[in-house]
Write a protein that binds this ligand. Structure first.
Ligand code: 5GP
Ligand code: ZN
Length: 111
């Protein structure tokens, strides 16, 4: 997906404030943070949204879920954190490369 912002961030074509990366995922700070800590976790593979998942992605999803509390701890979010996945225009998704928002700390808005 040559026109995907998050693929360009993954490839370093658009600068980002990287927090973590491995062979499956890339994690960086949201450019417009909604709380003190606001990370975005993307799979390296371009998957548009939750709608694009198949069972070949099962191991990837488990990996992403396990990483979330680890990253939250590393960010000092000892009392907890919030995760959000917006799916489709009706779900408020603006960037069509699957991503998990990880939010916490001061300024976390009410749900
Ligand atoms: P969505 O609404 O698709 O779930 O969330 C997209 C998120 O990506 C938004 O929170 C927005 O601030 C963030 N975002 C959009 N463009 C960029 C960018 O170029 N760099 C970074 N770091 N975040 C971005
Ligand atoms: Zn992409």
């Amino acid at each position: 997906m040559s026109d995907c912002i998050f693929c360009k961030i993954r490839d370093g074509e658009i600068p980002s404030d990287k927090v973590y990366e491995d062979d499956k995922v890339y994690v960086f700070r949201d450019i417009n943070p909604k709380a003190q800590v606001h990370l975005l976790m993307i799979p390296r593979e371009h998957i548009e949204s939750l709608e694009g998942l198949t069972d070949v992605h099962d191991a990837l999803l488990v990996h992403m879920m396990h990483l979330l509390p680890q990253l939250a701890r590393e960010q000092g979010l000892d009392t907890g954190f919030r995760t959000i996945i917006n799916t489709g225009k009706g779900g408020g998704q603006e960037v069509f490369h699957l991503h998990i928002h990880l939010l916490g700390g001061s300024g976390l808005p009410g749900f």
